[in-house]
Design a protein around this ligand. Structure first.
Ligand code: IPE
Ligand code: IPE
Ligand code: MG
Length: 251
């Protein structure tokens, strides 16, 4: 299934197909507040957040955005109450098991990035299966950052490169930006063009520090569980109005 014919049919008329971001990254924030506003436990917000993520994935697919990366769990999120952490780990596993068949049918390529070895063993198995099964899928590239930290990603890349130098596979002078990128979790993925953060927080919370160098940042007060297609539409409209100079001058 190719992305373009669907996009041509469904893309809202005020969006320019030629100026769509090639990779959208989202910091899905505000689940807890969303639940609290309704007098419900925080985990209800996480549960609803999963449906919203699935909607956004299909919206990207329908409109012709070829890659979506979602921040699901940071290296700092282990500091939350253990019941919430356990709920999230179980939720990730349950959702993966439930959705894999559909993701296959929809030709979605799933990747997980982060320090996956620290995740519960049963979740690691589901992740490995999802990555393997969808490896040859040629549709939307869907990446989930789980136990992900931008600093940790950079440090592990340095360690891997240093070890290659130590063993004599490469010289220190071989290290450049391209080689460095080859050692990041996101190797092979286009850098995000657009970063969306929900819930109004003006920070990146250790997400894709290297990759975000020239991403356009869009922050909305909308809480993640309310981030629907019309919200995404608004974000894309804002993105298409940006003047991306990359340090140069536009005359
Ligand atoms: C984001 O929502 C989901 C995760 C970090 C897993 P939060 O749980 O951070 O929700 P708020 O920010 O407390 O409202
Ligand atoms: C960022 O949200 C992490 C994820 C969305 C997974 P947080 O809620 O953890 O970030 P802070 O604590 O507000 O910076
Ligand atoms: Mg939060």
């Amino acid at each position: 299934m190719s992305l373009e014919p669907i996009a041509l049919q469904q893309l809202p008329k005020d969006l320019d197909l030629q100026r769509l971001p090639q990779h959208v990254a989202v910091i899905m924030d505000g689940n807890g507040r969303w639940a609290k506003n309704r007098g419900r436990p925080r985990i209800m917000g996480h549960q609803k957040g999963v449906d919203i993520l699935k909607n956004l994935l299909y919206c990207c697919r329908d409109w012709g955005v070829p890659a979506l990366t979602a921040y699901a769990f940071s290296t700092e999120n282990w500091g939350r109450p253990s019941e919430e952490v356990e709920f999230l780990m179980t939720l990730f596993e349950r959702v993966l098991r439930r959705e894999l068949e559909e993701m296959m049918a929809e030709n979605v390529r799933i990747r997980f990035v982060g320090n996956l070895e620290k995740l519960p063993q049963s979740l690691q198995s589901e992740i490995a299966k999802a990555m393997q099964d969808t490896e040859a899928n040629s549709g939307i590239q869907f990446t989930v950052a789980t136990n992900y930290g931008g600093r940790e990603e950079i440090v592990q890349a340095c360690r891997a490169i240093a070890s290659k130098v130590e063993q004599g596979y490469i010289q220190a002078t071989d290290i450049d930006e391209d080689l460095f990128e080859q050692h990041l979790y996101t190797k092979g993925l286009h850098h995000p063009d657009l970063l969306i953060r929900t819930s109004g927080e003006m920070r990146i919370s250790n997400f894709l520090l290297w990759q975000m160098a020239y991403a356009e940042i869009y922050v909305t007060d909308t809480l993640w569980p309310d981030f629907d297609r019309s919200e995404f539409h608004r974000a894309l409209l804002a993105y298409q109005k940006r003047d991306r100079r990359f340090g140069r001058v536009n005359i």
